[in-house]
Each structure stands twice: as structure tokens, then as C-alpha cells.
Design a protein around this ligand. Structure first.
Ligand SMILES: C[S@@+](CC[C@H](N)C(=O)[O-])C[C@H]1O[C@@H](n2cnc3c(N)ncnc32)[C@H](O)[C@@H]1O
Length: 359
């Protein structure tokens, strides 16, 4: 497969990828039809409280996004995937939710003749982030009539009804009880739900098939917070990206992906050497994970400060890391097809707090 050739020079490049500074809507026009395997991205959400990188209002959101969507559809291979992480928002002055992200997915899946982009919804996934702030404060912490909004929707779409995917690449470690079952055997029986659990239930298939909630690890001390998905997790704050941003006086991106999200999606939807594009790349978490997983990547970002910081994710682009050789082991620890490497479980590697909160 040929590397997509753009006339602009990349802002930076690595063995597997290229990052471009500019408007994704312009840059993408130069990508050939049907040449990208996966677009994995988090666009600016339609938030009531604006982020420093700007957000489109929920009223104009669908129209704004559809310009990108048609290009996304054009550059994707027929069996490629478009995965969009998008948080909900609140209606101004009311304890009610905006429907903009549902309107978006409906429009994306309408036929082109109806003004849509002709995508199929392969599945909806959810990113659960217990580190989200309890906002809007008026409803959650002052009047206490709503709970913390801790999930964002992840729409998995494709030009085809059968996108390339393999859930064997995202298996989770078996739970204690399943491991015990596999050790001690299982008697086939009917569950109260009337599902027949077969004798194959105790066969070790190399890991458990994951659910459609993407989360990192489970930490008991978060269970007290009332959230709208029952699960728990944690974040740490000392990864190489943040440390180097601090050292160089660069503001870290305020709404980074958790590593686990692109890791899950890239493993699920692509194979080695496939091409992954993040058109709203921010700090380029997607490119960082794609590189680790041996996929080729393209990143577009409007804001130079974010791309400057993103270079710290790649030791080869950061002379200080090369000189001091201190980050190689940590940078390499991000996965080899495993969703939760040991370093993440111990909470000592990644700092990812997705802070594009739905305020
Ligand atoms: C939610 S952030 C993405 C964060 C990213 N997932 C990460 O892990 O750092 C959205 C990004 O889209 C960028 N952006 C907004 N409009 C854009 C456009 N037209 N072209 C390229 N980038 C754009 C913003 O500057 C912002 O950094």
C-alpha cells in the first residue's frame, strides 16, 4: 500500500507516521480515495463552556461535522472504520441533555441522497472516565439533582456493514472466577436468564471477550461517586509527555485521549502496517499508540502548540530524551496487543485524564 502523499511538508515525522499542522478539512482533500484503514478521532465537542481550542455550538454542530464526514467517507477503504469519541452536553440553563451527538450519528448514517454520509453503525462503545469533574456544578454538586456524567460515546462507523475487525486482538485477562472455573470445570446448565451455558464455558481461549465499555483498571476508592455507569477506574499524572511539557513550559493538551481508547480501537479494527488517521490529533495520542502497535499513522492538528508537545511522545523527536535515554522503556511499555500492560495497572506510567468534560 502506497503512503498517502500530501503536498505540505509534515510538521514532524517518525518511522511509522507523519503529523501535519493545518486545517484537517484542507489537508484531507489531498488524500486519495479509499486509502485509509481507520480514522480514530475525538473532535471538539459542542460544549457549553468553551475549551481553549474552541468548540462549535450544538446548534451548528452536525452541519459543521458533515463537511468532514464526507471526506472521511471518501478516504476510507470500503471495509475501513471511522471511530468518533464524542461527549454529551447540557442544554443551557436546564438540567437536561443536548441530543447533538445522537443527531450526529443519525445524520452520519443517513444515505447521501438524504444529506447523510452513508455510514453504517457497527457498534456503539463507551469510554468510562471516573476522573471527570462533577459538572455542571449547579445540577450535580449544588442542587444535587443529577449525577456525574462519566461516559462519552464512541461511535464506531464504517462505509460497509462489515468493517474489518477482530476481537481476538482486544481480549481481556480472565476474571478470578473464570480462571477458577477453567481450573475446576463447569457443569452445563440453564441460567436464570434462560441462556444455556455450554460445556465449552470452561475452555481457555486466551482471554475474555471485552464488553463495549472501554476503561482502564478498577480501583476500589472511586466507587463512592454516583456515576451513570457502574464501574471504577483511576488515573496517574506522571507520563513522559506531561513531564516533558512541564519541563519545556508547554501547555499540555487539555482533552487528551486515554491511551486505552486508541489502543483498543486500533487493535480491534486494524492490522500491522494499516493506515490510521487522526484528523483532530491534539497531542497525537492516536499516532503514539499506532506507532507502538506497528501501524502507519497520519495526524492533522490546527494548533502548533499541541503538535510541539506531541513530539515528546516520540523519543526520536525529542533530543533531550535521546540524550538522556530515560523514556525509552516507558514509551515502549504502551502495549503489544495488550490493553492493560503491567505499568498501567500499577498506575505509574500514563497520566491520561480526558478532560473535555461535558459542561
Ligand atoms: C478533543 S481534541 C483531540 C485530543 C486528542 N485526541 C489527544 O489525545 O490529544 C480536538 C482537537 O482538534 C483540533 N481541531 C479543531 N478543529 C480542527 C481542524 N479543522 N483541523 C485540525 N484540527 C482541528 C483542536 O485544536 C483540538 O486539539
Amino acid at each position: 500500500m502506497r503512503w498517502p502523499s500530501l503536498s505540505a511538508s509534515p510538521y514532524c515525522s517518525t518511522k511509522k507516521g507523519r503529523a501535519y499542522l493545518g486545517d484537517a478539512l484542507e489537508l484531507i482533500k489531498e488524500i486519495e480515495d479509499g486509502s485509509v484503514d481507520l480514522i480514530c478521532t475525538s473532535p471538539p465537542f459542542a460544549l457549553l463552556r468553551q475549551k481553549q481550542y474552541g468548540n462549535v455550538s450544538s446548534r451548528e454542530y452536525v452541519q459543521w461535522f458533515m463537511n468532514f464526514a464526507r471526506e472521511f467517507r471518501r478516504v476510507l477503504k470500503p471495509q475501513g472504520s471511522l471511530v468518533i469519541e464524542i461527549g454529551g452536553s447540557w442544554n443551557k440553563g436546564q438540567p437536561t441533555r443536548s441530543l447533538y451527538h445522537f443527531e450526529l450519528v443519525l445524520q452520519l448514517c443517513k444515505m447521501e441522497e438524504e444529506g447523510g454520509a452513508g455510514f453504517h453503525l457497527a457498534q456503539e462503545l463507551y469510554w468510562y472516565n471516573p476522573a471527570k469533574l462533577p459538572t455542571p456544578a449547579e445540577w450535580v454538586t449544588v442542587r444535587r439533582i443529577r449525577v456525574k456524567d462519566a461516559v462519552t460515546n464512541v461511535w464506531w462507523l464504517s462505509p460497509s456493514s462489515n468493517p474489518k475487525a477482530n476481537n481476538r486482538r482486544v481480549l481481556k485477562p480472565y476474571s478470578e472466577s473464570q480462571q477458577e472455573l477453567m481450573r475446576n470445570g463447569y457443569k452445563a446448565k440453564l441460567r436464570p436468564s434462560e441462556h444455556q451455558i455450554s460445556t465449552k464455558f470452561d475452555v481457555d481461549n486466551g482471554g475474555a471477550i471485552p464488553p463495549n465499555i472501554i476503561k482502564d483498571d478498577v480501583f476500589p476508592n472511586d466507587i463512592g461517586a454516583p456515576v451513570n455507569v457502574i464501574a471504577a477506574s483511576n488515573t496517574s499524572s506522571n507520563d513522559v509527555y506531561l513531564r516533558r511539557c512541564r519541563e519545556e513550559g508547554i501547555n499540555p493538551h487539555p482533552a487528551r485521549f486515554p491511551n486505552a481508547l486508541p489502543e483498543f480501537i486500533i487493535n480491534l479494527c486494524t492490522e500491522e502496517d494499516d493506515i490510521v488517521l487522526d484528523p483532530f490529533a491534539g497531542s497525537n495520542t492516536t499516532g503514539f499508540i499506532a506507532e507502538k502497535l506497528n501501524r502507519r499513522w497520519l495526524a492533522f492538528e490546527l494548533n502548533e502548540e499541541y503538535l510541539k508537545g506531541s513530539k515528546f511522545r516520540f523519543p526520536e523527536l525529542d533530543s533531550r530524551q535521546v540524550m538522556e535515554g530515560y523514556s525509552e522503556a516507558q514509551a515502549n511499555a504502551a502495549t503489544q496487543g495488550k490493553l492493560f500492560p503491567e505499568e498501567i495497572k500499577q498506575g505509574n506510567l500514563f497520566a491520561d485524564v480526558t478532560t473535555q468534560t461535558s459542561e
